[in-house]
Ligand binder design. Structure first.
Ligand code: NAP
Length: 437
């Protein structure tokens, strides 16, 4: 038997598991996750109101249901088992742990109450156990979101939607109530470069044209009349679509709805100012974009906000013993190869870029490399695989969660949902484990 361990059950891990469990003869694929729940960012990262994107789990479920695939949930590699123990027990280890740590702006005031990285904020409203107790301060008339990517738009939309609009989502009830109770009037979405350089996509940008209680606003002076010469035609089409949408927002009436989303460009945060340890305003500097880069102009301004959410990207977190590139915040690798027998794919390999299909291609390429290496150097079949790991976990009193047990949790979440929501997530591990006793 060829024993394969995958660490992390998000899309990248599921895609590798799918291919290896089908293509490697006599393979046993064990997928570890530190949570009792599988699917990684599909469950805790994809926006709760984008249920269509989450349909991909049906495909992943079929992988987990295969006879030679095992979910080993609630097992933390680096804590319950070491990286060395895993390597010693498996012929192949694939690290697909994603990128969960928020990048910092590195400006004064980031430690104030009212500043939340996009990763922790999204984890909170999506019911990730790590952030169940975040309790972000949304007693704010003004909220600033820094960044011009799709994560920034997701957060802005979740804050901007009415509670009724979120009833078809799987946002946690606590987050839904907290957002509904917020007196927010102005949400500022701030890009350090211009609309031409924004990385958000048009489908997400267009959603702000249709919200019940929020109107999107853009200062027409921030939009160029035409595109620069020499753009790649595909990029030009994408940018043109975004510009059309942004232009359509310039004529919106600011007083037409109770919440305003201000799409602002060419400004970088300089300092988050506080009052009694809480955010009271954000000081920014206007930029101009020269050769695609943001250059400060020296002109500053302030926004009165009580909450600031930097949505500026993520880093992976190193597991003890694993080769790690601290500067880039990724696992050290050469085209997905970390060291003999160890591979990586997804955001922890390349950085936090790309939607689920991009991670699929990446995982496929790494799985092909694994298959080629197994063919070139067939394992001697001496490693203990799950048998060794199971004994260690039992000795250490670690309560593993199987795929069948996850389905018990899943059904309980669906059963307790109210108001037409698809599920009401458990956001505490002990609550989930109590269902399995
Ligand atoms: P992203 O697209 O890379 O956006 C990050 C944003 O942060 C950029 O606008 C970047 O500006 C800005 N930024 C970085 N450092 C900054 C700083 N120091 N000060 C001010 N701004 C700064 O990343 P993301 O939004 O985190 O998304 C990650 C990936 O997930 C993307 O591939 C995204 O498309 C995908 N995703 C997709 C969806 C969807 O399809 N609905 C939803 C969520 C996420 P610069 O461009 O100037 O660097």
């Amino acid at each position: 038997m060829i024993n394969i361990a995958i660490v992390g059950s998000g899309p990248s891990g599921c895609y590798i598991a799918d291919m290896l469990s089908k293509k490697v003869a006599d393979a046993q694929v064990d997928i570890f996750d530190r949570l009792p729940t599988p699917f990684g960012l599909v469950r805790a990262g994809v926006a709760p109101d984008h249920q269509g994107t989450k349909n991909i789990v049906r495909q992943f479920e079929r992988t987990f249901e295969r006879d030679n695939v095992r979910f080993v949930g609630n097992v933390n590699i680096g804590q319950d088992l070491s990286y060395e123990e895993l390597k010693a027990s498996y012929d192949v280890v694939a690290l697909t742990i994603g990128a969960l740590c928020d990048r910092k702006l590195g400006i004064p005031g980031e430690e104030l109450t009212g500043v939340y990285g996009s990763g922790e904020f999204v984890a909170w409203y999506n019911g990730h156990p790590d952030k169940a107790d975040l309790a972000p301060n949304l007693n704010s008339r003004g909220i600033a979101i820094i960044g011009n990517g799709n994560v920034a738009l997701d957060i802005a939309r979740v804050l901007a939607k009415s509670s009724a609009e979120m009833d078809s989502s799987d946002i946690t009830a606590a987050a839904q109530q907290s957002i509904a109770a917020s007196p927010v009037q102005d949400i500022y979405l701030i890009g350090r470069r211009g609309p031409l350089e924004a990385s958000f996509t048009n489908a997400e940008l267009s959603e702000f044209g249709e919200l019940e209680r929020c109107v999107a606003l853009v200062d027409p002076a921030q939009l160029p009349d035409s595109l620069p010469e020499g753009l790649d035609p595909k990029a030009a089409r994408t940018i043109e679509k975004n510009l059309d949408t942004l232009r359509s927002y310039t004529s919106n009436d600011a007083d037409s709805k109770p919440v305003r989303l201000h799409l602002m460009f060419c400004a970088s945060p300089l300092e988050i100012l506080g009052d009694n340890g809480k955010v009271s305003s954000l000081r920014l500097e206007k930029n101009q974009v020269v050769d695609g880069r943001a250059q400060p102009t020296g002109e500053t301004f302030e926004l009165e906000v009580q909450t600031v959410i930097p949505a500026i990207g993520y880093r992976s977190e190193a597991i003890d013993g694993m080769p790690f590139d601290q500067q880039r915040g990724i696992i050290q690798n050469q085209d997905g190869v970390v060291e003999p027998g160890v591979y990586t794919a997804g955001w922890c390999k390349r950085g936090p870029q790309g939607v689920i299909p991009a991670n699929r291609s990446d995982s496929m390429a790494v799985a092909k490399q694994i298959i080629a290496d197994l063919e070139a150097n067939p394992p001697a079949g001496e490693r203990g695989g799950y048998g060794t790991i199971d004994s260690l976990l039992q000795q250490r009193g670690v309560k593993q969660v199987s795929f069948e047990q996850w389905q018990v949790i899943n059904q309980a979440e669906v059963a307790r949902a109210e108001n037409g929501k698809p599920r009401e997530k458990f956001n505490r591990i002990d609550e989930m484990l109590a269902l399995l006793d």
